[in-house]
Ligand binder design. Sequence first.
Ligand SMILES: [Zn+2]
Length: 143
Amino acid sequence: MTQPAQPAPPIPPPQPQPESDFYWEKCKAHELWLRHCKACDRTYFYPRDICPLCFSRDTDWVQTNGKGTLYAFSIVHRGPTPPFRDKAPYVTAVVELEGGARMPTNLVEVEPDPAVVKVGMALEVVFDDLTDTISLPKFKPAA
Ligand SMILES: [Zn+2]
């Protein structure tokens, strides 16, 4: 005897931390900002005060143009937990933004097919308004 299918629970939203409040506020405004290190002049993700590349504390925020390229991806055919169960198939990805920072994300508005999704493809950010306070940056093929 099978159980009736229950609706999938919602995706648990990220929990902003003091270091990332600014990042999430900007995402809510559909702007993608990164931490930038003034000592080594590189950007990085995830947002934190200390540069992970040279360990300097001389960092600030910079707004990106939201453009990048696909660095790596995987097509998920079985969601790992109930909130993702009904989303499959979907594309998880690491996107390299102009400036060099790489961020984990999802690709949207693209067929989840390895014949279509290609490392190096040009991408641009779009925002998924997950809750009243959280908008997740995701990427679609650049126009
Ligand atoms: Zn640095």
